[in-house]
Design a protein around this ligand. Structure first.
Ligand SMILES: Cc1ncc(C[n+]2csc(CCOP(=O)(O)OP(=O)(O)O)c2C)c(N)n1
Ligand SMILES: [Mg+2]
Length: 332
């Protein structure tokens, strides 16, 4: 694995803080109704992305995930201003403002969405890996989904075929304890989701996903396995989301104390503690990083605010269009 150095820790700290503050800003502008529709935030789960990016080869590896998808494309190199603009529904957004929160996408940077159908991305991720195996690109796909999605039948069909064909994919369940408001304990006979891999003899196991080092190590082993042609791995990334399922979640299913317990092992705080302990930076330098993050978020907000909405005709460029289709004329 690439060494985890002082630079790694400093980068992790600043980037995780940026993702956190970017999402906090989204929550704020959502309440002001500048961002509409659904909004699912990633606060608390940032170590998953930080650890994964460390282990990936960003020149070719790919990522696909569910609807909690604003910060992953940023991590993979998409301009955060364009992600914020997409959420505002602006023409400068990653999908010209037509996709919105759940549908960030960038083929150029290897980020394949952004999927609102729970578990829909599991077979799609395997399909991407099939393409890479077929075309011998050497790329690996990281396919993320929630604990709720892990109970979909499509997971089992996909696991079976991915193992049969030894596809270069890492299946990652982000177990944050709840599927909307339903706890893992209430949905299955056992809570060790990683054990679903055993039935397919797929290498699998649990990972402390509040810690980017643990994620990077597990991910590195899984990616290397996939890259050398030995097939998929199933990782249960044990994490926690501080905010509700979406902005409309009243969170009656858990206590504030439970959230506070997890905040004690917050990934950003854990990284900050290592930085201070090892003398990688002083408190003042850390404050400076915080200020820089604030500035970066403000730039994204300004860009999104000032961008124009897409021209109304744009929406007809992305729907099926056939001259003799028997509908009323749909060109404006
Ligand atoms: C096929 C399908 N069924 C139901 C829904 C409604 N739904 C959206 S998210 C969700 C829960 C998913 O749980 P999990 O994957 O753990 O996600 P989390 O709440 O942690 O984001 C459900 C049932 C959906 N979007 N798609
Ligand atoms: Mg969940």
């Amino acid at each position: 694995m690439k060494k985890i150095t002082k630079e790694t820790y400093l980068n992790w700290y600043e980037e995780m803080l940026f993702w956190r503050k970017f999402e906090d800003k989204l929550a704020q502008v959502y309440i002001q109704q500048k961002v509409r529709g659904f909004l699912h935030l990633y606060n608390g789960q940032e170590a998953i992305l930080a650890g994964s990016l460390h282990a990936m080869d960003l020149s070719k590896d790919k990522m696909i995930t569910a609807y909690r998808n604003h910060v992953q494309p940023i991590g993979m190199g998409v301009d955060p201003k364009r992600v914020m603009a997409e959420l505002y529904g602006k023409g400068t957004g990653t999908s010209q403002g037509l996709g919105g929160s759940m549908h960030i996408f960038s083929k150029e940077k290897g980020f394949y969405g952004g999927h609102g159908i729970v578990g829909g991305q599991i077979p799609l991720g395997a399909g991407m890996a099939f393409g890479d195996k077929y075309n011998k690109t050497g790329a690996v796909t990281l396919c993320y989904f929630g604990d709720g999605a892990a109970r979909q039948g499509s997971l089992h069909e996909t696991f079976n075929m991915a193992m049969l064909w030894k596809l270069p994919v890492v299946f990652c369940v982000e177990n944050n304890g709840y599927a909307m408001g339903t706890s893992v304990a209430r949905t299955a006979n056992h809570e060790d989701i990683w054990k679903l891999g055993l039935g397919y003899e797929m290498p699998c196991g649990p990972v402390d996903a509040m810690n980017p080092v643990a994620v990077a190590e597990a991910m590195d082993e899984a990616i290397e396995r996939a890259r050398r042609g030995d097939g998929p791995t199933f990782l249960e990334l044990k994490t926690y989301r501080y905010r509700g399922h979406s902005m409309s979640d009243a969170q009656h299913y858990r206590t504030k104390d439970e959230v506070a317990e997890y905040q004690k092992i917050d990934p950003i705080t854990q990284v900050k503690e290592v930085i201070l302990e090892k003398g990688y930076a002083t408190e003042e330098e850390i404050d400076e990083m915080g200020k820089n993050v604030k500035k970066r978020v403000a730039e994204c907000e300004k860009f999104a605010e000032e961008s124009p909405f897409p021209d109304v005709n744009v929406m007809y460029d992305v729907v099926y269009d056939q001259e003799d289709y028997p509908f009323i004329p749909h060109r404006l």
